[in-house]
Write a protein that binds this ligand. Structure first.
Ligand code: HGA
Length: 610
């Protein structure tokens, strides 16, 4: 969350900073700001409420010039979105941008107030600016002042500090919020995500926890948490240049829904050999680790949690291994018992989800036999801190509402189930072939689901004036209903809830009337007859039904009953398949409601705060 960009160059950097903010806008978009230092050593700051576009317009109206600069797009945690709370924050000659939360800001604020500092904003960030200003009074260098300031901070930060009187350098510090340095020729950059800098460089260094770095035009010096100089690897990025480009699509979310067949092909690539899952491709030591697994604990948030909930059905039915799934923000703050030979699996698109990362760190001290992550960003903290990572290859996901990350996580989880099941003797050769073939057919099957786009668009008209929706499913389709409800509420702002269809009679049935659309996922399978009974219960009470099913399920349109009849697909991969038309349903409802699909209100991508 929040986007940070910075640059030290000979040329004017404002355009680079604004371009970087545009690329990061999905990380936070309630306000934005930029500060630059020109040759005359005077700092100019422009901040605006709203999207980066309003900042850009303000900057264009009154051109800013400068070779050293910092910029920020905010997702507020402390203090409402307003110009005064937008970053950069200033104290004397110091300007600061920050991503994260300073947990002891109140205490620091009181201390700084007794020293005479006046606070302009309600943010926690402003304490960093004053603290550095204070430390600089006795420190020899800006670097030293920042080092002395950050040790007093508790909480999470990725922060960049600029000094009006020392325009040759920027100081950056990381603890809990990612920061990356980008190398140019005679100029250097930094950002909270390399994506921001793709127009200027492909060479990056990822800062590690506790690092503080000094960046000038020609040098980058990095120091670890105890102040020792350290070398950090430079990565030559193999990034998709067009990732921030919507191409022919109206929204990133739409593009990403339609990219799912390719994302799944890429995720399967190199993971299947001679019709079997190549266990080595999960990790070089995967055979050794997975052979001993007796229990799986999945920890995740949001959409990733829903993927974990689907996988729980698979771990117990396919791999024959017990599995618990827990929301990371709960797991990290409760006392838990670690079962013998437990594998911890964290799931996260960005690999920077603060609660999931904290859960991983906790689990590493709690006797888990190994910690694995299923993640979409190879350079992320989760990947670096886990014992091994099984990467989804979804490509960059920009839409705040996750789509292709979810279906590729499920793809990885199914491959993992086969691997685990083969190693513990629960999956036969025949069953493995069957699942592998189903996975290989899945991209084409998803193509065939995408063909229903227009039909689903038509269906979505019925939801536009509704305030609530229920999603129902049984078995693996219960978490698919959960994911569909989450998608609908986050992008259309229609209240949506998911229920295991059998739970309906224990309360939610009381909600049913003609104003409550009920979406049911009901392909033909062993539970269909049970789901049909639940559908009848809704029908008998005047509920409006929207049923996603296949030919074999035998549903037909009737009064108060609409059905989307999809092709019959393999049962094991069907939960992944059914996700796609339900994503399209949410997308089209949001379009009719006129919401900002890619950047829904109050949210942001990559949840790096608690
Ligand atoms: N706490 C700071 C920064 C917020 C942030 O990192 N969001 O992702 C603020 O509220 O301005």
């Amino acid at each position: 969350m929040c986007g940070i960009v910075g640059a030290v160059a000979q040329r004017d950097v404002v355009e680079i900073l604004i371009d970087g903010l545009h690329r990061l806008e999905y990380r936070g978009y309630d306000s934005a700001g930029v500060a630059v230092l020109g040759e005359d050593k005077t700092m100019q700051i422009v901040r605006r409420v709203g999207k980066v576009k309003s900042l850009e317009q303000a900057v264009n109206a009154k051109p800013l010039l400068g070779g050293t600069g910092i910029a920020h797009t905010r997702w507020a945690t402390h203090g409402e979105p307003s110009e005064i709370n937008a970053h950069p924050h200033r104290s004397g000659h110091i300007a600061v941008v920050h991503n994260g939360i300073i947990e002891n800001y109140q205490e620091l604020k009181e201390q700084l107030q007794t020293r005479g500092y006046m606070f302009q904003s309600q943010t926690d960030t402003e304490v960093i600016a004053h603290l550095v200003e204070w430390e600089l009074r006795s420190a020899k260098t800006l670097l030293e002042a920042v080092q002395k300031a950050v040790v007093q901070l508790r909480g999470a930060y990725g922060t960049v500090v600029m000094n009006e009187q020392d325009p040759e350098r920027l100081i950056v510090a990381r603890s809990g919020s990612p920061l990356v340095i980008g190398y140019g020729v005679g100029e250097n950059f930094l950002a909270s995500d390399p994506l921001a800098l793709l127009s200027v460089t492909r060479r990056f260094t990822y800062l590690e926890e506790g690092d503080v770095a000094e960046i000038t035009r020609r040098t980058v010096s990095i120091f670890n948490r105890v102040g020792e100089p350290v070398e950090r690897e430079i990565h030559e990025g193999n990034f998709e240049a067009d990732a921030a480009d919507k191409g022919q699509y109206r929204h990133y979310m739409q593009k990403e829904i339609f990219e799912q067949p390719v994302a799944i092909i890429n995720t399967l690539d190199g993971r299947i050999k001679d019709g079997k899952v190549d266990i080595q491709s999960i990790a070089p030591n995967a055979v050794e680790i997975l052979s001993n697994v007796q229990h799986v604990q999945i920890v995740a948030c949001g959409t990733s949690y829903n993927a974990g909930m689907v996988a729980r059905y698979w771990f117990e039915s396919i791999a024959g291994v017990s599995c618990d799934v827990e929301i990371a923000s709960e797991f990290r703050y409760r006392k838990f018992v670690t079962r013998p030979n437990s594998l911890l699996i964290t799931l996260s698109q960005s690999g920077e989800t603060a609660d999931t990362l904290a859960a991983l760190r906790l689990a590493k001290e709690s006797g888990y036999m190994a910690a694995m992550t299923i993640c979409n960003v190879a350079s992320s903290s989760l990947v670096r801190e886990s014992d091994f990572a099984f990467m989804t290859k979804a490509g960059v996901e920009i839409g705040v509402a996750s789509t292709k990350a979810f279906t590729t996580q499920l793809t990885c989880l199914l491959l993992l189930n086969v691997a685990l099941g083969r190693l513990n003797g629960h999956v036969s050769e025949e069953q493995e072939h069957h699942i592998v073939q189903a996975l290989q057919r899945l991209p084409t099957q998803i193509e065939s689901a995408l063909v229903f786009d227009k039909q689903i668009e038509k269906l979505s008209e019925d939801f536009a004036d509704k305030h609530h929706t229920l999603f129902l499913g049984r078995g693996e389709y219960y978490p698919i209903a959960m994911e569909s409800a989450l998608k609908l509420k986050e992008i259309s702002y229609i209240h949506a809830e998911a229920y295991a269809a059998g739970e309906l009679k224990h309360g939610p049935l009381a909600l049913i009337d003609s104003e409550m659309p009920v979406v049911v996922v009901a392909p033909e399978n062993d539970l269909l007859e049970k789901v049909k009974s639940n559908i009848e219960e809704v029908r008998a009470r005047g509920g409006q039904l929207y049923v996603f099913a296949d030919n074999d399920a035998g549903f037909e349109n009737a009064t108060g009953f609409k059905t989307i009849v999809l092709p019959k697909v393999d049962e094991v991969t069907a939960p992944i398949f059914y996700t796609v038309p339900l994503q399209l349903l949410s997308y089209h409802i949001a379009i009719i409601k006129g919401t900002d699909v890619d950047q829904p209100r109050n949210l942001a991508k990559a949840v790096t705060v608690e």
